[in-house]
Ligand binder design. Structure first.
Ligand code: ADP
Ligand code: MG
Length: 238
């Protein structure tokens, strides 16, 4: 687990400023959802935290250490994307163990971690299958499995459910929450879906055009939206 802090974080793409000095803190073990309309900067903020995108100004801390110059692979963070990004020519087992093998982890430890993750995610029966033999929900669970075998300090999710149909989406929300209850890993979860945010978050960060409009628990945002944008965004149907 870890705490995360954004302090005056900025991002420019060329002359175009997309993140305008964002500051907030995430507590150890918290499940925080970044929500806002498409293009508001959610993925960019997440990618800067993961070290996949350099930051243009300000500072990001993980466990009170500035990580601005820390390479992505040294940040102890695992990210789950919308596109499952599984390796098509590898079995579920090999997909899940890949990042550990890449880090030269011991073979028997890798096998143990993969088995444990498979049990948690109900993938034990599927370990010898290939991605093409799985349903969308199963593939998404494998993508989560790949993240949890590394036992990272922070999980990042970028719209992980947006390729799934509505019914499966609801089921997977519950699975991700159950996983968090169990592992208590600090989580930053990005979605443009305010219902998803309201049902999953300990706290919600509402973003709009590269700024934070409001931060609060789902109940706080629902009861006391800070401005018209938040009121309309939270109140609008999915
Ligand atoms: P969100 O995830 O909330 O939909 P993004 O973080 O992807 O938003 O994008 C925020 C803004 O940054 C958008 O205007 C987008 O067009 C722009 N942007 C994102 N990535 C790049 C890039 N690599 N180069 C230029 N502009 C980008
Ligand atoms: Mg995005």
């Amino acid at each position: 687990m870890a705490s995360v802090s954004f302090r005056g974080v900025e991002k420019n793409f060329g002359r175009f400023k997309v993140i305008h000095g964002i500051s907030f803190d995430i507590a150890d073990g918290e499940f925080v959802v970044l929500v806002g309309p498409s293009g508001c900067g959610k993925s960019t903020l997440l990618r800067m935290l993961a070290g996949l995108e350099p930051i243009s100004g300000g500072e990001i801390d993980i466990d009170r250490r500035v990580v601005n110059d820390v390479d992505s692979k040294d940040r102890d963070i695992a990210m789950v994307f919308q596109s499952y990004a599984l390796y098509p020519h590898m079995t579920v087992r090999d997909n899940m163990g890949f990042s550990l093998r890449l880090r030269k982890a011991d073979t028997s430890m890798t096998a143990q971690r993969v088995d444990d993750a498979a049990r948690i995610l109900n993938l034990t029966q599927l370990l010898d299958r290939y991605p093409r033999e799985l349903s969308g929900g199963q593939r998404q669970r494998v993508a989560m499995g790949r993240a949890i075998v590394r036992d990272p300090k922070v999980f990042l999710f970028d719209e992980p459910l947006s390729n799934l149909d509505a019914k499966l989406r609801v089921a997977m929300r519950a699975e991700i929450k159950a996983l968090h209850q169990r592992l208590k890993t600090t989580t930053v979860y990005v979605t443009h879906d305010q219902i998803e945010a309201m049902t999953m978050a300990d706290r919600i960060v509402v973003m709009h055009d590269g700024i934070v409009e409001q931060i609060g628990t789902p109940l706080e945002l629902f009861d006391r939206p800070g401005n018209l944008f938040v009121a309309q965004f939270i109140g609008s149907p999915a």
